[in-house]
Design a protein around this ligand. Structure first.
Ligand code: SAH
Length: 244
């Protein structure tokens, strides 16, 4: 059987793997992924061949992984979190049409929105949206349009890729769009950094303060809706139950 697994391994540590992800990696001979992902996975699954890909080499690596699977090797491509959320799953499925004999198995993982939410409290107790601020593959105008819609719709908004060395003002611009489109400056916001990795940090702040926060690549940002509140140190968006 020609098998390729596209595996999300959760936020970082072994705690976050699903059993299905563990089994997929256990059964793989070759494991593909970015260096930071391979560094996290390798120590837990010794004896496999690891192939590290750099940024901008994604298509070549997917092609190589598909052709290795086509030669009867069991192959995995790994992403942190969920492989279908800003990961490799969609690209693999788009490219797999040239390899009809390879069975593609997408293995769900715990995406940063969910692992981050749990550490902040329960910010996703009601409707929410997820938006990536990376304009590498998406024009900024599209991101802006979606941020506006999220603000107007009063959705809890989770921001992935809020900043990097080369993109320092994306989060500030996103907060301004939120403020210009009806979000209160005191909206409860949460930040979670390095989930399940060394240096994990959580911060709670207002939307006004969030505007000046310098987010890096391993940060996920939560902007509350109009009903999101703080209960002690926990960020909570009520489901709507009446509680006395
Ligand atoms: N497939 C991943 C997302 C990849 S996009 C997932 O499902 O989680 C990369 C973005 O994900 C980062 O910029 C950050 O916003 C978020 N992220 C991924 N891992 C994280 C972690 N361990 N801690 C905090 N944020 C993380």
């Amino acid at each position: 059987m020609k098998k390729l697994y596209v595996v999300g391994f959760g936020p970082g540590s072994m705690n976050g793997y699903t059993i299905e992800a563990l089994n997929a990696l256990e059964s793989s001979e070759l494991i593909y992924g970015y260096k930071t992902y391979i560094d996290l996975v390798k120590k837990n699954f010794p004896g496999r061949e690891y192939i590290v890909s750099g940024m901008h080499e994604e298509k070549d690596r997917c092609k190589e992984a598909l052709s290795k699977a086509n030669e009867d090797h069991t192959v995995s491509i790994v992403s942190s979190g969920d492989a279908g959320v800003y990961g490799m799953a969609s690209l693999i499925l788009e490219m797999a049409k040239d390899y009809p004999e390879v069975e593609i198995n997408v293995v769900a993982g715990v995406t940063a929105a969910l692992s981050g939410a749990a550490r902040l409290g329960s910010p996703l107790g009601h409707d929410f949206v997820v938006i990536s601020l990376s304009d590498l593959l998406t024009p900024w105008e599209v991101i802006e349009k979606r941020l506006k819609a999220a603000a107007v719709g009063d959705f809890v908004t989770v921001l992935y890729n809020p900043g990097s060395h080369s993109r320092t003002d994306a989060l500030e611009k996103a907060c301004e769009i939120m403020l210009e489109n009806g979000r209160d400056k005191d909206t409860v916001c949460g930040i979670i950094k390095n989930i399940d990795r060394e240096g994990q940090e959580r911060h709670i702040m207002t939307l006004e303060k969030l505007k000046d926060y310098e987010a890096d690549m391993l940060t996920t940002v939560f902007i509350g809706s109009s009903t999101t509140k703080l209960i002690g140190e926990k960020m909570v968006t009520p489901r709507g139950y009446k509680v006395d």
